[in-house]
Design a protein around this ligand. Structure first.
Ligand SMILES: *Cc1c(COP(=O)(O)O)cnc(C)c1O
Length: 441
């Protein structure tokens, strides 16, 4: 009999994980802050939200912050605020979640996909320039799976071509790129703060910027209670609409989320430092094994993974006699490993009918090109790395605490599966086609 748990052996992981994977951490302080809003019936007021925006902007080192009801809303506000309008193009990596780009359609703009770099899984700066056209307006840099996007060349390209840069920080709040905080390098940042993310407030998003006009336009789309003569003074194009929800949206956040934002922010840096220590300890323990490489920035360049949201590792089947990542993950899970291990990542967005044939708004043409001046679908070539990510990555256990006695068992589980991988080859069903998730619930 094999020693692998999947084939009848003993599990490598025997300890109870306890609250190792519980997130966010909620204490009496959070409960009291939420109850204070509830008891005061202040759910739709804005005092707590204003306090959170101020504290968050200060933490980001940015002048302005706009809370929104979701990250999706905050990113749409960012797109509108940088001037994405009918017929304009947004360049976005194909490997990300929908809300990095899909809102462009609601602004009657469109999306041009760029490939990801196979090492960082973030937008490949070398795959951007040839996709720029006369209507390209902005680049969406996503710090995907907590890994910082390579911002220096992205900003260089943007400045040379007169493009705006939006950072989607939904996976990486608090992370650094060469010592600079993610979200402070582009023209504007927007991000999700929903419960599943590292910075978790329930259901909310936030936008930050140093640019007053961007802030004013972000307010105009859906924060109409702030879209007034005190705040909006420089943007002649929207001043006549002050007081109205110009986008037809209401994006004010719920104050129970803002209250959680304030209490979570107090402890966030300390908590993600512990996650960072735990995850690096775990990945150091896998160093040198065939088939698996950590997905993290090189040490010493001042780039970090912040809270390690949805952190992944690279999987190299060619070093394990072609063992599929599907079978590999099955064997790892059988060892008792918990905490978010799965094969693949997101699926490449350009491959979905929504990006090719669907007519969402009844324009009589596919939505993606309803207002476009060129058929941007024809540019969906050379996106091989985005298409291949599914078969070459898996999600890591997301440790929230530095507890070596538990992490050591996880390291042992992965080592065991890798060392005995040849025993798994006979029953390997291979990967399903299109491994990965669309991540719609
Ligand atoms: C979660 C997520 C969003 C959307 O945020 P919501 O708060 O769920 O609306 C946007 N971009 C990325 C990359 C995400 O993972």
């Amino acid at each position: 009999m094999s020693e692998l748990a999947l084939l009848g052996g003993q599990r490598a992981v025997t300890r109870d994980p306890d609250d190792m994977f519980t997130w966010p951490i909620i204490t009496r302080e959070d409960e009291d802050a939420v109850m204070e809003v509830l008891r005061r019936r202040a759910m739709s007021d804005t005092d707590i939200t204003a306090a959170f925006e101020k504290a968050f902007a200060a933490w980001m080192g940015q002048e302005y912050a706009v809370g929104c009801s979701s990250g999706t809303a905050a990113l749409q506000a960012a797109m509108y605020a940088v001037g994405l309008r009918a017929g304009d193009e947004l360049i976005c990596p194909s490997m990300t979640y929908w809300a990095s780009c899909l809102q462009a359609f609601s602004l009657r703009a469109t999306v041009v996909f760029a490939d990801v770099d196979p090492q960082t899984l973030c937008i490949d700066p070398n795959d951007i320039e040839h996709r720029i056209g006369p209507r390209t307006k902005a680049i969406m840099a996503v710090h995907y799976l907590s890994h910082p996007a390579d911002m220096d060349p992205i900003m260089d390209i943007a400045r040379r071509h007169g493009l705006m840069v939006i950072e989607d920080v939904s996976h990486a709040q608090g992370g650094l790129y060469k010592g600079r905080k993610l979200g402070t390098i582009g023209d504007v940042a927007a991000m999700s703060l929903m419960s599943g993310k590292s910075f978790a407030t329930g259901e909310m998003g936030i936008l930050t910027t140093n640019d007053r006009r961007i802030w004013e336009h972000a307010l105009a789309l859906g924060r109409y209670e702030l879209f007034n003569a005190n705040n909006v003074t420089e943007s002649e194009d929207i001043i006549p609409g002050r007081g109205l929800p110009l986008g037809g949206y209401k994006y004010r956040p719920h104050q129970m989320s803002s209250a959680l934002g304030l209490t979570q922010l107090k402890h966030y840096d300390e908590r993600i430092a512990e996650i960072d220590r735990a995850m690096n300890y775990f990945l150091d323990g896998l160093e040198g094994l065939p088939g698996v490489r950590p997905l993290r920035p090189p040490k010493g360049e001042g780039s970090t993974m912040a809270g390690w949201y949805c952190a992944h590792a690279h999987y190299l089947p060619e070093e394990l006699h072609g063992l599929s990542v599907t079978r590999f993950v099955e064997a790892v899970l059988a060892e008792g490993v918990q905490g978010g291990v799965f094969a693949g990542a997101n699926r490449a967005l350009h491959t979905h009918p929504l990006m090719n044939t669907m007519d969402v708004y009844g324009d009589g043409r596919p939505t993606r090109i309803a207002f476009a001046e060129r058929d941007v679908r024809a540019l969906d070539t050379g996106l091989e790395h985005s298409e291949a990510v599914g078969q070459r990555t898996f999600g890591l256990p997301w440790f929230k605490h530095f507890r070596p006695e538990i992490i050591d068992e996880y390291i042992a589980a992965f080592r065991k599966v890798i060392e005995r991988h040849e025993e798994l080859l006979p029953g390997d069903p291979g990967n399903p086609p299109n491994l990965g998730k669309w991540f719609a619930f």
